[in-house]
Structures are given as structure tokens and as C-alpha cells.
Design a protein around this ligand. Structure first.
Ligand SMILES: C[S@@+](CC[C@H](N)C(=O)[O-])C[C@H]1O[C@@H](n2cnc3c(N)ncnc32)[C@H](O)[C@@H]1O
Length: 209
């Protein structure tokens, strides 16, 4: 008898009505997530909205525990899903979540998308990524020149530029990240990848193993 092939992330995203495939992020995700698909990983996503991506992650990773966080209240009955409320720019809250629920194999930031939020969360949460794990920030195109000033009120370095500078120089610098956390990042990032498709951008930091 032919064994049924597991559904692809694209199939699952379509069924769960997740918009990540419109931005082609799934091409990148299939590549980095397939080696860990059946492992008992812990995935943390910032930005729950109506829960579509939470459903996608639990379907794609059948042995994973998924933790979501959103500034708005949200609940899930799924036995492998925990949803927390919190602001991704609140360093104290993130530290607490990291200590209670981490360490994580994968962190996906699909939250508020401002430069300050993205960089603050990276600075705190990278400590709670497991060795060899991934920290992904979606929608780096929400920089000031693209989707309007709202996403970069302080005019600080864009997250895309911050990652590009890191790739080029090995120095990671952000006004939203404590100096000790900048040092931690520089000492523990193994690789930074930037992915862009028709103006939609993400970056992925892999932690040293
Ligand atoms: C793009 S939606 C998330 C979509 C979801 N990941 C999916 O693919 O189905 C962004 C979410 O980020 C949340 N958000 C906005 N600002 C936030 C903040 N400061 N901290 C945490 N979540 C925030 C919003 O409430 C919203 O639900």
C-alpha cells in the first residue's frame, strides 16, 4: 500500500487561510523547517491575530508545542497551543515569557512590525533560542520608506538594514537593544539570512549550535 505523503506547508497554509504564502515566505520556511518537521520542537510566535498561523504550525509540526503571544487577548483549545497576552516591546514581559516558556527552537515575529518592536523582541528573546535554533522576523518591508512612517516613528535603523550591516561587518547595533544583548547577539549568531520577494522581506538569525 502506498504511504500517504505528509501535506506540504503550502497545502496547510492554504487550508488554514494563512497569508504567509502570498509573500512567498513559505518557500523559505519549507527549506529551513523541513529538517525539524517531526521533532518535538517548541515554536514561539509573536502575533496571533485570529489564530490561523497557530493552526498552521501545529498541523505542520505534529510533535511541536506552539506558544503564541499577542497584545490582544486570544484563547485556543488546542492541547499543543498556549496563547499569552503581552506587548512585544515590553522587555520585562518578554524576559518572563522566555524564562517560563523557553527555550525555543524557533521564534517567529509576526507582531506589530515596527522597527522598535522587532528589534526589542530580538534583543530579549535571542537568549531564549536553543543552540542551533532560528529567530525569524517577518515583514521587514514595513520600514518608513515603504508602508509609511507609522512603522518607524523614531526614524531608527530599519531591521533589514540592521541585519544587512551585521552580515557585512559582524556588528549588530540597535537603539532598542541593551548593549549586553547586542553583545550576546554578536557572540551567538551563527548565520543571518535575508529573504526578499517582490518587496516582501524577512530575516532569519540562526544561533550557534
Ligand atoms: C499580522 S497579525 C498576525 C497574524 C498571524 N501570525 C497569522 O499569520 O495568522 C499581527 C498581530 O500582531 C499583534 N500585535 C500588534 N502589536 C503588538 C505588540 N506590540 N505586541 C504583540 N502583538 C502585537 C496584533 O494584535 C495582530 O494580531
Amino acid at each position: 500500500m502506498m504511504e500517504k505523503k505528509p501535506n506540504t506547508l503550502h497545502d496547510i497554509a492554504t487550508a488554514c487561510k494563512v497569508d504567509k504564502h502570498k509573500k512567498r515566505y513559505l518557500n523559505f520556511y519549507e527549506q529551513v523547517f523541513s529538517p525539524m518537521r517531526f521533532d518535538a520542537i517548541k515554536l514561539f510566535e509573536i502575533g496571533v491575530f485570529k489564530g490561523a498561523s497557530m493552526r498552521m504550525w501545529v498541523d505542520y509540526f505534529p510533535n511541536a508545542e506552539v506558544v503564541g503571544m499577542d497584545i490582544e487577548p486570544f484563547t485556543s483549545e488546542h492541547p499543543r497551543v498556549t496563547v499569552l497576552q503581552g506587548d512585544q516591546a515590553d522587555k520585562t514581559r518578554l524576559e518572563k515569557i522566555g524564562r517560563e516558556y523557553g527555550p525555543f527552537d524557533v521564534v517567529v515575529d509576526d507582531g506589530g512590525h515596527t522597527m522598535h518592536q522587532q528589534q526589542t523582541s530580538l534583543g530579549v528573546l535571542f537568549k531564549f533560542v536553543k543552540p542551533g535554533g532560528l529567530y525569524i522576523i517577518e515583514d521587514l518591508h514595513t520600514r518608513d520608506t515603504f508602508w509609511g512612517k507609522h512603522y518607524n516613528e523614531t526614524g531608527q535603523i530599519t531591521t533589514w538594514q540592521m541585519a544587512a550591516d551585521y552580515e557585512k561587518t559582524g556588528v549588530l547595533s540597535s537603539p532598542s537593544v541593551f548593549e549586553r544583548d547586542q553583545l550576546f547577539l554578536m557572540n551567538h549568531i551563527q548565520k543571518c539570512e535575508r529573504f526578499s520577494h517582490r518587496g516582501c522581506r524577512l530575516c532569519c538569525f540562526r544561533k550557534k549550535g
